[in-house]
Design a protein around this ligand. Sequence first.
Ligand code: PLP
Length: 385
Amino acid sequence: MVSERATRTTPFAAMDVLERANRMDDVVHLEVGEPDFDTPPAVTEAAVAALRAGETGYTSSKGKPELRAAISDYYDRRYGVDVAPERIVVTSGSSPALLLAFSTLVDPGDEVVLTDPHYACYPNFVRQTGGRISTVSLPADEGFRPQVSAFERAVDSETEALLLNSPANPTGAVLDGTTLEELVALADRADATVISDEVYHGLTYDGEDHTVLEYTDDAFVLDGFSKRFAMTGWRLGWLVAPPEYVGHVNRIAQNTLICAPNFVQSGGVAALESGDDFLADVRDTYRERRDFVVDAVEDWGMSLGYTPGGAYYLLVDVSHLPGDSFDAADFFLEDAGVAMTPGPDFGANAADSLRVSYANSEAQLREASDRIQRALERVELSAAD
Ligand SMILES: Cc1ncc(COP(=O)(O)O)c(C=O)c1O
């Protein structure tokens, strides 16, 4: 019989929209969170050289020593924090790292606090471990800003884990260092553990990234190569665990994952050692696209009400259009040939919105914007008839 946890796992709407859009001709894709850049050539060359050199066997389940050293150096270089390689477990993308963190920390019935809106897959991760979801409301009319006071109402002695994500999917909101430090102190007072999803670090447009590890060693951090180095299909990420959890994480990793692909890990070393210029360039490009889309939303006659500071998403309120956000997504896909993701998967506060991903070229973003504007004009004209 199918398990309860399997039946309670909901589909990932962005992937559903993508599958539908892929069956259609001439669609501009603003639904998926996938960089449109190529992986830096030095990364590909390093992986191919590793393959040619026969690096095709299992590695240590924690990952190759040279990759864990490169990740440790990265924390030192980027944030000035000391993260011993022994605390790092390399994974096949940051998604398995999240599963490892939850598997190590959460027992059935334990409370996990998420923000609302949140990354669509988080509730399903919590369900895999039998955890109980509690949410911190970050309303649209407050620009989805993570306010400490909202977390204070949700995080208490019942809380096992507080999951943070900055820059955030789907809002693009960024936690500043002071807020992050206050949230760490709040979790500490409640004896809860912070799990920080830092997969969009590097893609922050108006300030600096802060890792939770600047403020505590007692947190899990998941991160990876997918977003900042345009390596989604390589499946490479990592988990930093608090020292007393590392052995437990590693036992689960040994049994369930064995290791991340050997030669892919060599690509990861090259990305961390030579990818700074690439990252600076793509960040500048995303910033220009962010500015373009923020202006375009005004042209669509919609008000964003906030400026997303990172990642490559924003939430646009479509409550004034007929029907719900699924109908709005259908309308823009069918009538305008523009794919966007309906909001409900990202939480109740995103239910009236569409998630727009600007991980697409400026030419495609312009085309999408023109199509959306024309489709909205057609609706207005037919309403006036
Ligand atoms: C917030 C967030 N975390 C984690 C992931 C998973 O990324 P990956 O497993 O490719 O590292 C994604 C992917 O879209 C994401 O948006």
